[in-house]
Design a protein around this ligand. Structure first.
Ligand SMILES: Nc1ncnc2c1ncn2[C@@H]1O[C@H](COP(=O)(O)OP(=O)(O)OP(=O)(O)O)[C@@H](O)[C@H]1O
Ligand SMILES: [Mg+2]
Length: 416
């Protein structure tokens, strides 16, 4: 570890550790990519190495998979395989001769597993993503003398349990050490990369993940779009590797929505190519299939191919009928993946902010309207919810997202 250079902020944290000024609960918070996880892993390793060998320690993240990717592999890279070995199937590791339990906080069995144990220390990555009960249980298990917890997190809503019950809890002041990391504190990052990240995060995501503030989402969701829609309009059609269609079935009062999008060869740009709304009232399944068929034929004629049509999976009967109806034109109908809505929104706004989303405006009026009309629900406290009360066209947004959500990990390189 001796050749490693720390950033100023990281040095400050290591000084705190060396001066024995860490508290029982230590939280490193702030922007993405700011160097929190990296330095917290070093601090954790140094601290554990100084602690009694017969204590039990624990490392956890939202899931075992994210723990592996964000912490276990980097930790092994930092201290070497000789000093840190782990087995994911056994859910344990050995760090400088100390036994480390490994847990995913969202695994239902985890809380039960830690119920009876006594811990000498714990490490938590991305703490806002943990269930509150798991964290409370973990703290109650930190009962060996001098036990400590080191955690990292990005901010969330101001009403989040972590902020309200712990970070801002005046009864805990003596037990709590908090340090803020800004993305600009991470001087190891390439300047161009930081600039592009700052553009990709817009609206509430900018305030949280770049500025590191605990703020609520309010107002327009796609503000980056509605501020200057024409910036996204294009007439140029590049070569696409994937052309997909998303279909959201309308129920009472809403409409069916179709959106076709294309993803470029380099997997970096997303184009909305054609959209359509179909009133659900008085429509039989057959007339719906006909409209979808016509939409698909038009796409096939213009672009030569359709990779797949992704449809809302709650309507299996309609999907079965559609499969039959589209068989003659060889279009495969699949169930939409239905990722978390906020993950889809974040992906869309990141592509918009990063200048990687485009639309054929003349063909996509319903999507233009849907972007401009979408707002956060101000009645829901504690998390972001896209308002879905019939005043805006959520159907078209769903259909748009179904069309590309499968590719979000490839499209968003810094996806969490
Ligand atoms: N001192 C350093 N020397 C070299 N690379 C570093 C250093 N500090 C951080 N990095 C690198 O910078 C990147 C971001 O750091 P890190 O993952 O710790 O950020 P983070 O604050 O945990 O971000 P997020 O909130 O996105 O999880 C990583 O690739 C990490 O390896
Ligand atoms: Mg991190």
């Amino acid at each position: 570890m001796d050749k490693i250079a720390f950033t100023d902020k990281q040095n400050e944290f290591i000084r705190t550790l060396k001066q024995d000024k860490l508290k029982r609960i230590n939280v490193l918070e702030g922007s993405v990519r700011s160097g929190k996880t990296w330095i917290s892993l070093i601090a954790w390793a140094v601290w554990v190495a100084m602690r009694p060998k017969d204590y039990l320690y624990m490392m956890c993240a939202k899931s075992l998979k994210t723990l592996y990717r964000n912490c276990l592999l980097p930790l092994q890279g930092l201290v070497g395989e000789n000093n840190f070995k782990f087995s994911l199937s056994k859910k344990e590791g050995v760090l400088f001769g100390r036994k480390i339990m490994l847990e995913g906080a969202n695994d239902q069995r985890s809380e039960g597993k830690i119920r009876g144990i006594t811990l000498g220390g714990a490490y938590c990555d991305e703490l806002t993503l943990f269930p509150e009960d798991f964290f409370a249980m973990l703290l109650s298990r930190l009962s060996e003398p001098g036990a400590k917890l080191i955690a990292t997190t990005n901010p969330d809503v101001p009403t989040h349990w972590l902020l309200k019950e712990y970070l801002k809890n005046e009864n805990l002041t003596d037990d709590l050490f908090r340090m803020f990391f800004h993305i600009d504190d991470n001087t190891t990052l390439d300047k161009g990369y930081v600039e592009s990240l700052k553009k990709e995060y817009t609206g509430v995501y900018y305030d949280r993940f770049i500025l590191g503030k605990w703020v609520v989402a309010n107002g327009a969701i796609y503000k980056v779009f509605s501020d200057s829609p024409t910036a996204f309009y294009t007439k140029d059609i590049p070569h696409f590797d994937y052309i997909n269609i998303g279909l959201d079935f309308g129920g009472n009062g809403s409409q069916h929505a179709l959106v076709c999008s294309g993803i470029t060869h380099d997997m970096r740009r997303l184009y909305a190519l054609k959209t359509e709304r179909i009133p659900a009232a008085d429509m039989t399944p057959q007339t719906l299939y006909r409209r979808v068929f016509d939409f698909c034929i038009e796409i096939k004629e213009k672009y030569g191919t359709v990779s797949a049509l992704y449809a809302d999976s709650t309507e299996q009967t309609l999907i079965a009928g559609l499969r039959q109806a589209l068989r003659p034109i060889e279009i495969i109908v699949k169930n939409a993946l239905k990722r978390e809505i906020n993950d889809r929104i974040r992906a869309t706004t990141m592509l918009m902010g990063g200048g990687r989303f485009f639309m054929l405006s003349a063909e996509c009026q319903t999507l233009i309207d849907a972007f401009q009309g979408a707002v956060w629900d101000d009645k829901v406290v504690g998390k972001e919810v896209r308002l879905d009360d019939g005043t805006s066209d959520i159907d078209t947004l769903d259909a748009f997202e179904y069309s590309f959500e499968r590719y979000i990990p490839q499209l968003i390189r810094s996806e969490k």
